[in-house]
Design a binder for this molecule. Sequence first.
Ligand code: ASP
Length: 311
Amino acid sequence: MKSVAVALHGGAGTLRRGFLPKAEEEKYILTLSEARDTAFYIVESGGSALDAVIECVKILEDSPLFNAGKGSVFTANGTHEMDASIMEGKSRNAGAVSMVTGIRNPVQLARDVMEKSGHVILAGEGAMEFARSQGYEFLPPSYFYNELRYNQWQKARESDVVQLDHSINPEGKFGTVGAVALDLNGNLAAATSTGGMTNKKFGRIGDSPIIGAGTYANNNTCAVSCTGSGEYFIRGVVAYDVSAAMEFGGLSLAEASELVINKRLIKIEGDGGLVAVDANGNVSLPFNTEGMYRAYRTSSESKVAIYEDWI
Ligand code: ASP
């Protein structure tokens, strides 16, 4: 029997048990589970891995809980600049947007860049112009406003730090989102979407829209979506590194992703994690932080977690 699988994350960071009230934890678990099951039903019923990761990420983008779409963090200028990317493993086609504002689902715009623009990455005003040409609606800043997010930014501003929304500040409750999937045709896909890092400089681009850093998919190896301090993921070319360790080093998905997150990334002092799936339906969700909002579902297992242990 052919296998299908999905895995997703909602950000990695300093997520310590006890900081989040139980009711809040429940909300995360529910939203992660809903996104996981939506993606799984798509691939299980014959849909494409690409559709599965898009629908999964859209659910997370529409939730105020995560640092993507609606829940995006504030930049140093008090705006919301979002990045997103998508890649399919069969053709290795990819699309990404960076520094977009007012877009409800940047991951959909990344898909449109892949399918309709003839380019891989569109950024800033150019990406916005492309969105306009595709008939996208632009939402007012009030759609993205969130009091907790605003307070996080004020704190970060005072100390002039750039921070992972779900790290350092123990009240941080948001995270970059991403998903990977394997469909019945053996195709892999990966997608990532983020508001970036709180108090980031105007024009800063993280790893999430960079193909090979935050997102990668290749049917011969795996599909990967990352979360963490983007600068390190760019320098470590993390998503591609996992694929390369499999392709050229002959490692399994679990070995490759553990090596990259728990050895190679740590060597350059990078913090974060990733979710990955291979062409046989194996999943791997390593992180070198205290926790990572995450979930996966395969033909035989369905799990969700925030902290080290699975629920
Ligand atoms: N990787 C994202 C960035 O650097 C942040 C995150 O994962 O939360 O933009």
